[in-house]
Design a protein around this ligand. Structure first.
Ligand code: CUA
Length: 158
């Protein structure tokens, strides 16, 4: 079978790109251990209020973990609990969030915290707040008539 030179080059390039991208995913998933943000921990969405740590939303100091604080959020139409929270400057914080009803978003404006909250799943993200100030938390998944009202606030204080 005769193949044009350019066709061979494109074919090589295409297969090479495919191998490169699949290897990248493979290394990321199996060697570096990266996983989708919310596939690990499940929760009964109708028992969120009774399930630890969601029975006590807010900031909690923790011992003997890789982070100093756990910041627990519960989302529901159309609010976040807590509606406002203070976090000490420079603290390493594990954000742990879930939803009681439908899919909500959890985006902390001006940071790279951006999670989808799905009913039945727990979303977590570890971060350090190195800049004092107010951070707006918004829901960035359309969740109904009050979607645009859904927000919370993190105050990073000294
Ligand atoms: Cu919650 Cu949009």
């Amino acid at each position: 079978m005769h193949m044009h030179k350019f066709e061979k080059i494109w074919l090589t390039f295409g297969i090479g790109a495919l191998v490169f991208f699949l290897s990248t995913i493979g290394v990321s998933a199996f060697y570096l251990g990266n996983k989708p943000a919310s596939c690990l921990t499940t929760i009964n969405p109708v028992k969120v209020d009774q399930t630890k740590p969601f029975n006590a939303p807010g900031l909690h100091k923790v011992e003997e973990k890789d982070w100093d604080y756990e910041l627990v959020f519960v989302a529901q139409t159309f609010s976040f609990n807590p509606a406002q929270v203070k976090v000490p400057l420079g603290a390493k914080v594990r954000v742990i969030a879930t939803t009681k009803d439908v899919v909500h978003g959890f985006e902390v404006a001006g940071t790279n915290i951006n999670m989808m909250l799905e009913p039945g799943f727990v979303s977590e993200y570890t971060t350090t707040f190195n800049k004092a100030g107010e951070y707006l938390i918004v829901c960035n998944e359309y969740c109904g008539a009050g979607h645009h009202l859904m927000s919370s606030k993190i105050e990073v204080v000294n």
